[in-house]
Write a protein that binds this ligand. Sequence first.
Ligand code: XMP
Length: 323
Amino acid sequence: SWTTGSVIEEQVAAIREQVGDRRAICGLSGGVDSAVAAALVQKAIGSQLTCVYVDHGLMRKGETEQVEKDFVAATGVQLKVVDAEERFLQALAGVSDPEEKRKIIGREFIRVFEQAQAEIIADEGPAVEFLVQGTLYPDVVESGGGTGTANIKSHHNVGGLPEDLEFQLIEPLRKLFKDEVRMVGQELGLPEEIVQRQPFPGPGLGIRIVGEVTKERLDLLREADAIAREELTAAGLDRDIWQCPVVLLADVRSVGVQGDGRTYGHPIVLRPVSSEDAMTADWSRLPYEVLARISTRITNEVEDVNRVVLDVTSKPPGTIEWE
Ligand code: XMP
C-alpha cells in the first residue's frame, strides 16, 4: 500500500543507483514541487547535489530568505543563490505590456540559471550529469504521457555552456499528485510554510504591477501583499482560498483624504479566489471583517496607496492573475 515512507525509500534507492558518484543540479523556484524534489534528491545523494535559486527581485516579502534559511536548515542542501535583481529591473525598464514582461522575465531567468549551471559545472569534481525537476503526474499526463526518455538539450543560444551538453533528468515526483507531494515534503521535514504554499506565478510580482515594473513599486506591492497574507493567515483562511493575488494599479490614481490632506494615490486590488485546479475559479466570499482589516492596514501602512478594491470576477471571464 502507498505510504510516504515507502515512496521516499524507493526513490532514494533509485536515485542513488542512477547517479552513482556523479553530480546533479536542481533549480529552486520557491514553490512546493521543486522544494520537495530537491529535498528528496538531497536525502539520496547529499553534497553531490547543488541547488540554484535565482532571485529576480520579483519575489514576495520573506520568500528568498525562506529558501535561503528555512529550506537549507531543513535539508542541509548546498545552495547557490544568484542575486539578479538589478539585471531583471534593467531588462523590464519601460515595459508595460503583460506578454512582453513575461517573455523578458522568462528569457532572463534562463540566462541567469544557465550561467549558474555553467559555473557549477566548471567547478572541480565529477561531472554534473543530472538535472532534477519537480515534474508531477498531472504534468506528465498533460504533456502526452512521458516515455521516460528524458533528455533535454541545453540552449545553444546561451553562452557559457558546452555545446550539446545533455542532462539526464531526475524526476522523483513523476508518479505523485500535489497532495501526495505535500505529504512527502512533510515527511522529509520541510517547514509547513513551504509544504502548504499556495500557487505563485513564476514571473512573480512582475505581473502583479499593472504598468511599468520599478523597484519602488515592487517594494510598495511587497508591503501590501505581506499585510494581506498576514491577515488571511491570522483569520485562518489559508486553506479556504486557493490563492489571493494582490495587484498594484500603478498607472491608475484616485483622490483620497488622509490625515489632514488630499492625496492622489494608487489602488491596490485584492483577488482572492477559490479553485480546484486553477482552470476555473470563483471569487472568494471573504468575511467583511477580514477585508476591512486588510483595507485599513494597507491604506494606513503603505505609502502612496489610498484605496483598496475587491475583484469579484470569476474565471472565466477573468483570469486569476491580472496579467
Ligand atoms: P491565470 O491567471 O491564467 O492563472 O488564471 C492560473 C494559475 O497559474 C498561475 N500562473 C503562473 N504560474 N508561471 C507559473 O508558474 C506563470 O507564468 C503563471 N501565470 C499564472 C496563477 O498564479 C494561477 O495559480
